[in-house]
Design a protein around this ligand. Sequence first.
Ligand code: UD1
Ligand code: UDP
Length: 435
Amino acid sequence: MKIAIIIGTRPEIIKMAPVIDEIKKRNIEFSMIHTGQHYDHEMSNQFFLDLELPEPHFNIGVGSGSHADQTSEMMKGIEEVLKKEKPDLVMVQGDTNAVLSGSLVASKLHIPVGHVEAGLRSFDKTMPEEINRMVADVCSEIYYVPTEESAINLISEGINPKKVFITGNTVVDACLRNLKIAEKRGKGNSIIPEAENIITLTMHRAENVDDFERLNSIVQALIELDEFTIIFPIHPRTRKNLEKFGLYSRLMDTSHIKLIKPAGYLDFLLLLSKSHIILTDSGGLQEEAITLNVPCLTLRYNTERPETVHAGGNILVGAQKEKIIKAARKINEDKQAREKMKNAPNPYGDGKSSQKLLDVTLKQFNEGKLTIKPPEDIMGSFNRKLEVINEEITVLEFEKSRNALLRLVYDEGEPQFPHPGLNLYNKVVLFDEYL
Ligand code: UD1
Ligand code: UDP
């Protein structure tokens, strides 16, 4: 089997690193295609060094530009490489423009796409990432979803549950493994202050940093939170906008706020692990916060990671100054509230996500299920039905006896993933019965 891995930005490098390690361990042939969307040393190369990754085999070098510019250049570059490489599977990760381009190109070449971190939904179509992940999920043949909640998002959109695998999130693998390495090497000391009350802050989301009102409101909250030491590794997009809006020097002049360059992964993980609060609009940081037991305040009004909020480890504070200040102070002053957030259970798994991901990939491939064929080869016509089940029967048994594909199970009104061994007694099922 030959796998092509497409990456383009910092979080994709981090979250695919454990998958690449696992691919190498199993001696699977692979090639790595970097779109070149992130190109500064500290946004790309640094992570290859920290995570001991091989050089990408191809770099398309798209650089910065509008969405259309980036996407079209990536599509052309990826098409050229895939035509030459002819992989059996293309893996994309997350929701960036690389994911959009890679999944579109591969599926049109009839190369199956595996979407790592599939099924996340913010239900906010103003976010470019929401469009990217939805398109990727339309194009994919195998879905590696972090949680049951994301599996249900996919199934509700009509995706076949047999192609959906709950693997956890590879960020947990990356985070746990590399924190240990960082601790051993004593990394991070240069960016970790002596202070007790550390807030680690990151933001780069277009809806926050491209908008003066929102960015200014967040900056005013930071200035007022002077009982904390705020470490702020600045994403290049954010730095440019802070300068453009005249806010950069305001932050530079505030002694409890330390502006630093984007940090390497080992340094950054150690900083996170020593933080009192993580204040962020990043997707990956919401996941890492709950993995490292650090309370998270998310500078957004919605999240495609609702599990972190439901578990109690994350609060959405938006971009409103008063709300940000109030939430940070509550965590600082109310020990019980703080402990509750710190002890929130991690919904993203145990750090074995990349192993699970490769197990299911090989199984599907070896069973001949990673192919793109015209529909008449796959199924005939069917009736879609909803039924209450009054007998002790598992999902597998039901499917066999009824010649059906079970799509979703409702347990007292709550949707549930149709795990093969699930007992359907007293549950409502949605299924396709083949004629
Ligand atoms: C991209 C992803 C976003 C992801 C983020 C991770 C899309 C649509 N967005 O956003 O989902 O959360 O990466 O960090 O794919 N720049 C540099 N140097 C670099 C890269 C960028 O200076 O190495 C500057 C450029 O001015 C560029 C701006 O940052 O215009 C934004 O970069 P871009 O890659 O378009 O999007 P991100 O905001 O990084
Ligand atoms: N990160 C890092 N150094 C930094 C900021 C972030 O190593 O200075 C890591 C962080 O630990 C996480 C990932 O980058 O794993 C998140 O990337 P980002 O916030 O850019 O993207 P998102 O997750 O929002 O797509």
